[in-house]
Design a protein around this ligand. Structure first.
Ligand SMILES: [Zn+2]
Length: 190
C-alpha cells in the first residue's frame, strides 16, 4: 500500500482505538505498528542498497519505481508478527499489543495492494524465511520493469503509490493492468 494509504488508515484506527479505550500506550503502539513499521525500508535503502541520497523524494521514487534490489525488511515478517504476539500475550504490555494490532493492519494491506502489482501476489513475500531463501533479492519476487516511472509531485506519489506501466507507455510489453493501476489510464476527453 502507498505510504499515504497507511498513514490515513493508521490515523483512523488510532482515533477509533483511543476513543474506545482512552489508552495512549495502545494508541502509540498502533501508530508504530501501522505506519512506522515502514522504517525498515529506510534501513534497507541505506544499509543494503547503499543509497546515499536521503531526500524523501529520492527514497520514495526508488521504491515506487521498483529500483530496489534487496528486500531484507525485517519488520515486514510473519515470523516477527508471531513472536511479538506471543511476547505481548506473555507480558500483557499495552504498547506491544498496540504494535501487534498495527502490524496486523499493515501487513494485510501491503499484501492486498502491493500484491495487485505482481502476478501471483505477494503472500509468500512477507515471510522472512522465504525472502532469506531467495537471498533477499527483489527480482525473485517481482519484475521491477513492470512499474511505471513517477512523473508527479512527492505528495501525489506518497498517497498514490506504485503503479504498473500502461500499454501506451510500454509498447511491446504485455501490460497486465491491475484494477488499482487501471484508474490511472485516462480516457480521451469527448
Ligand atoms: Zn509496509
Amino acid at each position: 500500500m502507498s505510504p499515504g494509504g497507511h498513514l490515513v488508515t493508521t490515523a483512523a484506527a488510532c482515533a477509533a482505538v483511543y476513543a474506545g479505550t482512552g489508552s495512549a500506550a495502545l494508541t502509540l503502539g498502533l501508530a508504530a505498528g501501522g505506519f512506522l513499521i515502514d522504517i525498515d525500508h529506510v534501513v534497507d535503502y541505506v544499509a543494503f542498497e547503499r543509497q546515499r541520497d536521503l531526500r524523501p523524494s529520492a527514497f520514495l521514487r526508488y521504491y515506487l519505481e521498483g529500483r530496489v534490489r534487496r528486500v531484507v525488511l525485517p519488520l515486514h515478517s510473519y515470523e516477527l508478527f508471531a513472536c511479538l504476539m506471543l511476547l505481548a500475550w506473555l507480558s500483557n504490555s499495552e504498547w506491544l499489543w498496540g504494535y501487534v494490532l498495527g502490524m496486523g493492519l499493515h501487513l494485510p494491506l501491503d499484501i492486498i495492494f502491493n500484491g495487485r502489482l505482481v502476478p501471483g501476489g505477494l503472500v509468500h513475500f512477507y515471510s522472512f524465511a522465504c525472502r532469506a531463501r531467495a537471498g533477499f533479492l527483489a527480482e525473485r519476487f517481482a519484475d521491477p520493469g513492470r512499474l511505471a516511472p513517477l512523473g508527479e509531485s512527492f505528495w501525489v506519489s506518497f498517497f498514490r503509490g506504485a503503479r504498473l506501466k500502461s500499454a501506451a507507455t510500454s509498447p511491446g510489453r504485455v501490460a497486465v493492468a491491475a484494477p488499482l493501476a487501471s484508474s490511472v489510464l485516462r480516457a480521451p476527453s469527448p
